[in-house]
Design a protein around this ligand. Structure first.
Ligand SMILES: [Zn+2]
Ligand SMILES: [Zn+2]
Length: 204
């Protein structure tokens, strides 16, 4: 049995391959790293998933809509927005589905866009595809963020205890940077491979 590694593209025996715990796809062992979060050496992550864990994408495309609704929540329970206005808020275009399919506006947290208004405490009440407008209704009030503590000095300065360097059990920065270096290398190799093939084709 042979299979292709999902990262480096090499075809090899499946005995040399492992399944990623996160995406469940098969990769060669060179393209995997043990999941340091579990400490189990048999629990492996592909480098793509490891990268996503190390630096997850935190800002959704619809973050602008979410913060707008959070802001409006202080003044009103009902907000009607033109689709073009939403484009402006998210700094991008709504997908065609938003213009064509009323189901796109369903209040299901499984979609990134609905999650944005649900997380803000709002639901879509009505959508008018003909007019290109959507009406959101506030369904819950979010707890107010605690005020930032003032920088008033109330206690005398006490130095932070210095931890000995070697006692840390966290994944080291060296490990993370090695991982990045390996991903970079693979990307470079892949980018190099294609033009070389093209050149050979021309000369032969
Ligand atoms: Zn591989
Ligand atoms: Zn994976």
């Amino acid at each position: 049995m042979k299979d292709e590694c999902g990262i480096c593209g090499r075809v090899m025996r499946t005995t040399y391959m492992r399944q990623c715990q996160r995406c469940k796809k098969m990769f060669c062992r060179d393209c995997m790293t043990p999941d340091v979060a579990t400490g189990d050496p048999m629990s492996m992550l592909c480098l793509h998933c490891a990268r996503r864990i190390v630096s997850p994408r935190t800002v959704s495309k619809y973050a602008g809509l979410e913060s707008h609704l959070k802001f409006r929540a202080a003044f009103t329970d009902l907000v009607t927005l033109k689709f073009a206005r939403i484009d402006g808020l998210i700094g991008s275009n709504l997908p065609m589905a938003a213009y064509r399919d009323p189901l796109w506006w369903s209040n299901t947290s499984s979609s990134a866009h609905a999650k944005a208004w649900l997380d803000a405490g709002w639901e879509v009440q009505e959508v008018n595809l003909k007019e290109g407008t959507v009406t959101f209704k506030k369904v819950r009030t979010l707890p107010r963020k605690p005020k930032k503590k003032s920088l008033e000095i109330t206690q005398p300065f006490t130095p932070v205890p210095v931890r000995p360097l070697r006692s840390s059990k966290k994944p080291s920065n060296t490990r993370v940077s090695k991982l990045y270096a390996r991903i970079k290398n693979l990307e470079r190799q892949r980018n190099m491979r294609q033009p070389i093939r093209g050149m050979k084709g021309k000369s032969q």
